[in-house]
Write a protein that binds this ligand. Structure first.
Ligand code: SAH
Length: 534
């Protein structure tokens, strides 16, 4: 019937319009980033970061979170040196305007958005403007500091209540940062068994005198935790009476959080973070990539602060004229050796550039050096390598042995996928071992870094680096070249080498290794540092 038809079509039209509106309308998610350590972001927070078009953030966020999305826009609305923060109404307007222009916005906030974070105000503004919003809780500074300093927020032996308050809100005075906060009842606070004070370093002496005057026992155990959960976390402990002096003499300033109560004493037993073997140590890592990300992770698990100064960069080999004919020969090979994950990535790119795809690999068996290279074969090419020799870290003994063992040398044709430098001497050894043919494909070029990153050189000059890791002779040479006359800075720093070849280069350069990894594997470098005994 015509009537039904007309209703049906208009209903579906409305449906379509609504769908369109939903798809094109923007949103804002207030996401708690946690107090520092990027590992403390929630999974939901990560999902939303992955979906965002724009990330609006303030200061005090870990650089890893601020460089996490390479194809989203980051907008900074916090305090920059010497300037005050963008006024709150303007921040709210930025969020509203972005959402109304159809963007997905993550408002990334330190700690938890609804704990002294003005998240409530931002949501009120979004609600009033009719913008769709969501709030993702984060680890608040109190919880982060409690965990990483070994001070439980509650404990059955010490306290069954805890109160969070801010030392920043000046009573009855409209404040640019916090607005007009309701006054605190100091004598009520002084009666509680446990207190946690946010934003309190500047006003510490003033707040303490009020609390003590209101009856807080002078001998109440107290602690200040600065940069909680960061690798530069510092803690001082004292009593309520002596905390202000202790904080001043340790030079502790914002961001710091203060604890009062008997549970502070448990720290002696519970300070797991401070008792990690490399806590308080700074390690400079001279390489990037997934294999060294394991090294970074190992070092962080041991509690070290890790600073990166990659000494080699890679770029695709632009010489397709030479590479293309070699790529076309791959399907005639018995075995294709992939020396690194970067080699796999570059092989894929070069195949694409030559108008080929993974079928160019033919029926050749694949040998991938190390777990990361094997993973890359599956993830980037959709193929599983049959042969996975251990990553030698340096040298190619494991690779050659494995190829021999599986009968992939004598009479075989092999292709080596590598950088312009790398797998030195492998082709010759394979031929000497009876290989019928070896072709080499330098799919990417490895170029020496042109500078030491500014933050790394600053730490070196300040004498704040305890260890440097050298995972190849090339990185050692380059670092020393770039330091020039400042290479003497290295004398005071302990040096760990991945294996005998790197150690030899270091010795030739006049900076012999302090320790050498046990088996030339990346996985042993952090252990070598930890087991070092002067
Ligand atoms: N929304 C945040 C708090 C913002 S107010 C949260 O939930 O944690 C800022 C205050 O939080 C700082 O002045 C400090 O007292 C505390 N803070 C934030 N990060 C901290 C950190 N990493 N270590 C110690 N205190 C921190």
């Amino acid at each position: 019937m015509p009537v039904v038809n007309s209703i049906g079509s208009s209903t579906s039209k409305i449906h379509e319009e609504t769908q369109k509106k939903i798809r094109s309308s923007g949103w804002v998610a207030l996401v708690g980033a946690g107090p520092g350590d990027p590992g403390l972001l929630t999974l939901r927070g990560k999902q939303l970061l992955d979906q965002a078009d724009v990330i609006v953030h303030d200061q005090l966020l870990h650089p890893e979170l601020l460089s996490y999305r390479t194809n989203a826009q980051y907008v900074f609305v916090g305090k920059s040196a010497g300037h005050t923060t963008l006024p709150q109404p303007q921040i709210e307007q930025v969020l509203i305007d972005l959402a109304k222009s159809g963007k997905g916005v993550v408002r990334l906030k330190g700690g938890d958005p609804f704990t002294f974070g003005r998240g409530g105000e931002e949501c009120q503004a979004l609600a009033a403007a009719g913008v769709r919003f969501e709030v993702v809780p984060g680890v608040t500074a109190a919880a982060g500091a409690a965990a990483y300093a070994g001070i439980p927020l509650t404990h059955r032996d010490t306290n069954s209540a805890v109160l969070f308050f801010t030392g920043h809100a000046r009573e009855g005075v409209a404040d640019e940062e916090t607005g007009l906060a309701p006054p605190l009842d100091w004598s009520a606070l002084a009666k509680l068994p446990a207190l946690v004070m946010y934003m309190g370093v500047k006003s510490l002496a003033e707040v303490l005198s009020k609390l003590l005057a209101a009856g807080l026992p002078a001998e109440t155990p107290a602690a200040a935790v600065q940069w909680a959960t960061w690798d530069k976390q510092r803690t001082v402990t004292a009593t309520a009476e002596s905390l202000a002096a202790a904080v001043a003499s340790a030079g502790i300033n914002a961001p710091a959080i203060l604890f009062f109560g008997k549970q502070v004493l448990l720290r002696d037993q519970l300070d797991w973070a401070g008792k990690r073997p490399l806590a308080g140590k700074t390690v400079l890592v001279t390489r990037t990539g997934p294999a060294s990300s394991d090294l970074r992770q190992d070092l962080r698990n041991f509690g070290a602060r890790v600073v990166e100064a990659p000494m080699l960069h890679t770029l695709p080999n632009p010489d397709l004229a030479t590479l293309a004919p070699l790529l076309l020969r791959l399907n005639a090979m018995d075995c294709i050796v992939l020396a690194s994950w970067r080699g796999v990535e570059s092989l894929k790119d070069q195949l694409q550039a030559a108008g080929l795809d993974v079928r160019a690999l033919g029926r050749a068996k694949l040998a991938a050096v190390g777990r990361h290279t094997a993973d890359a074969c599956w993830q980037m090419l959709g193929v599983r390598p049959e042969i996975v020799p251990q990553d030698g870290g340096e040298g190619s003994r494991a690779l050659l042995n494995e190829l021999q063992t599986v009968g992939m040398v004598t009479g075989k044709r092999l292709a080596l996928i590598r950088a312009d430098v790398g797998l030195a001497g492998v082709a010759e050894k394979l031929l000497a071992g009876g290989a019928a043919e070896v072709i080499e494909l330098p799919v990417y070029l490895s170029t020496p870094a042109s500078e030491i990153p500014p933050h790394a050189i600053a730490l070196l000059r300040a004498g704040e680096v305890d260890w440097i890791t050298f995972t190849s002779g090339l990185t050692a040479r380059r670092l020393i070249e770039l330091l020039g006359p400042e290479k003497t800075l290295l004398t005071g720093i302990k040096r760990v080498s991945i294996g005998p070849m790197t150690s030899q280069t270091l010795a030739e350069l006049g900076f012999p290794a302090t320790v050498q990894a046990a088996t030339s594997h990346m996985g042993d470098v952090a252990d070598a540092i930890v087991s070092y005994q002067p």
